[in-house]
Ligand binder design. Sequence first.
Ligand SMILES: Nc1ncnc2c1ncn2[C@@H]1O[C@H](COP(=O)(O)OP(=O)(O)OP(=O)(O)O)[C@@H](O)[C@H]1O
Ligand SMILES: [Mg+2]
Length: 283
Amino acid sequence: MNIAIRMEDVKHRYPDGTPSLYGVDLSIEEGNSVAILGANGSGKTTLLLHLNGTLHPIEGSVYIFGKKITKKNVDYARKNVGVIFQESDDQLFMPTVMDDVAFGALNIKPKEEALEETEKLLNELDLYKFRKKVPHFLSGGQKKLVALAGVLVMRPKILVMDEPTANLDFETKNMIVSIIKRLKKEYKFTLIFTSFDVQIIPVLADKVAIMKKGRVIAYDETRKILTDEDLLKQAGVEPPPFVRLAKRLRFDRIPLTLEETEEEFQKMEPAWETKLEQKIYVK
Ligand SMILES: Nc1ncnc2c1ncn2[C@@H]1O[C@H](COP(=O)(O)OP(=O)(O)OP(=O)(O)O)[C@@H](O)[C@H]1O
Ligand SMILES: [Mg+2]
């Protein structure tokens, strides 16, 4: 398996002197989806900004497909790694949705090809109807989709998303998650994202990295990390509600999603209510 991202003992400090990364080690295989979890200020965004050369380590190294990122080859990083910021307003700056999505592609592809790809993505994400609209006048969810289209149009091998579902309502959140899943199948990018939403992580992530105080303190399969309540609490991350419930009910298999929870309850039928009582009241 190819290694898409490798971070070796990455240390970083902001220009005002704030230390942010204290030695991050992380290796992500091509094609994987990895969620980065951690408390506010643990360094998640700072880590992501190292992947496309927006920030550079003061010590340590970042490799993208084996090539070390330096201040001189930031173009290489930008070409391979597309970043979607938490705030879409930081990303959208052209007068129309069409111009915004096409912008990156026009820089790297012949005009016809770039416009063709732009139209295809606008259609796929149901944004074509907004093509003449000013991006800033769209809703939060619509802006997120425009930002996603504007990055995917450049066909990055690695897609980085900082809190892709923050501030989205339930329906829009589900729509964005299913779009990401669908596009991942089609475009086959490696995905790395941060999130506080423990519901979307099992749906999107193969693996989870836990950050605490500027370090990655755990990195493993999603199920293993999300069922480790002690680890999550120690890192200031809320354990998924289904995990907490299943542990209290002493389920044999800890479910991560609503569907899995339903399956576990069905297995307990027909007398699940009695068993539930026993599991709650008998120590
Ligand atoms: N531009 C900056 N200048 C100085 N310090 C910064 C800057 N951006 C972030 N920091 C500091 O770096 C540390 C890591 O911040 P970062 O934004 O990476 O955390 P985060 O895990 O993304 O947090 P959140 O969950 O709140 O988004 C924090 O101590 C923060 O105060
Ligand atoms: Mg952040």
